[in-house]
Design a protein around this ligand. Structure first.
Ligand code: ATP
Length: 240
């Protein structure tokens, strides 16, 4: 089988003396949506921060497109084709929607293609076009999530890391945003690694899933099969 797009091998990452992730290995195949499920504090955010270079692992390695990207700067990792949509969106509140999108394209010099990609973001999220002159801090939580995803898209990533896009959003908005994540995967070919507490939406969106508990992967399978497992249904989906 072809080499996976992303391969994380046995990483351990610490906050000071605290080991937050304890030997995690996972793979993301090109064109897929892979999800990592886990409760509060399981280590989901730390996995993404280690992949994108915000944190360095003490052990293990991360490879992307067959090359080692472990312990490189986040800026360099973005240039290799990995964009990160952080937890809590982290839009630039005093910049306009348009300026936030341009910030996402900071690695690019192809101005005509950047302009076309801004229009593409507006096609996926028409509300951003309506609000393009407004400061991002004035947007609702759902609109800020749309902006954070669009800003990440502006780097033309091969792989997008999404940290709990459902957080704090109404069920209707969660559904809308996950439909667009699926469309971006299918239509733009963007591979997605999605970490979520909302197991129901993540398992309905993903192709393959990992279940994380206290810094360790305790289960992995296709999302279709995970949805049928009794302990997943009981503990993560609330179905007895
Ligand atoms: P959440 O859904 O709450 O964001 P998570 O699954 O993303 O949880 P992480 O944020 O990766 O989990 O945290 C993993 C572990 O590391 C937790 O035990 C957490 O308390 C600890 N941790 C996270 N950030 C820090 C920090 N800055 N300093 C010390 N410990 C931290």
């Amino acid at each position: 089988m072809a080499e996976p797009l992303l391969k994380v091998s046995n990483i351990e990452t610490y906050y000071g003396p605290i080991m937050a992730i304890r030997g995690i290995s996972l793979e993301v195949r090109e064109g897929s949506i892979v999800t990592v499920l886990g409760g509060n504090g399981a280590g989901k955010t730390t996995i993404l921060k280690t992949i994108c270079g915000v944190m360095d692992p003490q052990k293990g390695s991360v490879s992307f497109l067959g090359g080692d990207i472990t312990r490189h700067d986040p800026d360099w990792v973005v240039r290799q084709g990995i964009s990160h949509v952080p937890e809590g969106r982290e839009v630039f509140p005093f910049l306009s929607v348009y300026e936030n999108l341009m910030m996402g394209a900071y690695t690019r010099t192809d101005r005509d293609a950047v302009a076309a990609d801004i229009e593409l973001c507006y096609d996926y999220f028409p509300v951003l076009k309506e609000r393009k002159e407004q400061p991002a801090g004035q947007l609702s939580g759902g609109e800020q999530q749309m902006l954070a995803i669009s800003r990440a898209l502006m780097a033309r990533p091969k792989l997008m890391l999404l940290d709990e896009p459902s957080l704090g959003l109404s069920p209707r908005l969660v559904k809308e945003i996950f439909e667009i994540i699926t469309r971006l995967n299918r239509e733009q070919g963007t591979t997605m690694l999605l970490v979520e507490q909302n197991a129901s939406i993540a398992l309905n969106t993903g192709d393959f899933g990992y279940v994380l508990e206290v810094g360790r992967i305790v289960m992995e399978d296709t999302c279709a099969r995970l949805r049928e497992k009794e302990d997943i249904r009981e503990f993560y989906l609330g179905i007895k």
